[in-house]
Ligand binder design. Structure first.
Ligand code: ADP
Ligand code: ADP
Length: 215
């Protein structure tokens, strides 16, 4: 968990690949739905563009279907879900039904000004949401994804005013009770996400290695 721009997607993509986990990123799934023009995408598009949360009912239904796919049996890394108390409750019910549990909740701590700077330079690829930064992590060829060759673009919601809305409404307001809920269950570890990619990677790897059999 963490505010927009904390580096969740960057780290989750790497860790899922290294550890053979399914990476479930609800933001990536919603952008794919918008791209494909599905009913969910049509409903979510304007909500996402203004920095609000998509309704719990839609997100939970989308997530439930994804969690049922075959690639989740070896373990799942959740990125951007759950973001509200209703989603956390629904996740608990789903896990109970599957006889599975949450091994850890990692909270990425970072301040608002740093995320505004980071997201103003973020670029994503059209095909698979691979993440770049114009200064700190540019692609080899400007505007082209190193991994799949698709076009890089700037997200509608990566504008300073929408970034600030997302930070305040989605992170400070909606996520706080979710973190407290997990903290009460002893699941939360905080990480200083304002550090370099290398430092964040090293801390996160150590934390995950320490989970041992639970993960
Ligand atoms: P970031 O990684 O920059 O925080 P995401 O790509 O995770 O952003 O999400 C983009 C947008 O998709 C959010 O601003 C929100 O509108 C919507 N969204 C993603 N996940 C959820 C969720 N779990 N609940 C509600 N809305 C969501
Ligand atoms: P999130 O999924 O939390 O919204 P991203 O992983 O998309 O965040 O990262 C947001 C932006 O910051 C991207 O442009 C990414 O390249 C860049 N970034 C990620 N981690 C770091 C870091 N540790 N230091 C500097 N920039 C970073």
């Amino acid at each position: 968990m963490g505010p927009p721009g904390a580096g969740k997607g960057t780290q989750a993509g790497r860790i899922a690949a290294e550890r053979g986990l399914a990476h479930i990123a609800t933001g990536d799934m919603l952008r794919a739905a918008v791209r494909d023009g599905t009913p969910l995408g049509l409903e979510a598009k304007a909500v996402m563009a203004r920095g609000d949360l998509v309704s719990d009912d839609l997100i939970i239904a989308m997530f439930r279907e994804r969690l049922g796919a075959d690639d989740t049996s070896a373990g799942v890394l959740l990125d951007g879900f759950p973001r509200t108390e209703a989603q956390a409750g629904a996740l608990d019910d789903m896990l109970l039904g599957l006889d599975r549990s949450i091994a850890a909740v990692v909270v990425f701590d970072i301040d608002e000004e740093t995320v505004v700077r980071r997201l103003s330079g973020r670029r994503m690829c059209r095909a698979n949401d691979h993440v770049y930064h114009v200064e700190s992590n540019p692609p080899a060829v400007e505007g082209v994804c190193d991994i799949d060759g698709s076009e890089l673009y700037q997200r509608d919601d990566d504008q300073p005013d929408v970034i600030r809305t997302r930070f305040r409404k989605q992170w400070i307001e909606a996520a706080a009770p979710v973190i407290e809920y997990y903290r009460g269950r002893g699941l939360v570890s905080n990480l200083d996400a304002a550090q370099s990619r290398e430092q964040v990677s090293a801390e996160l790897d150590e934390l995950l290695d320490g989970l041992g059999a639970r993960a």
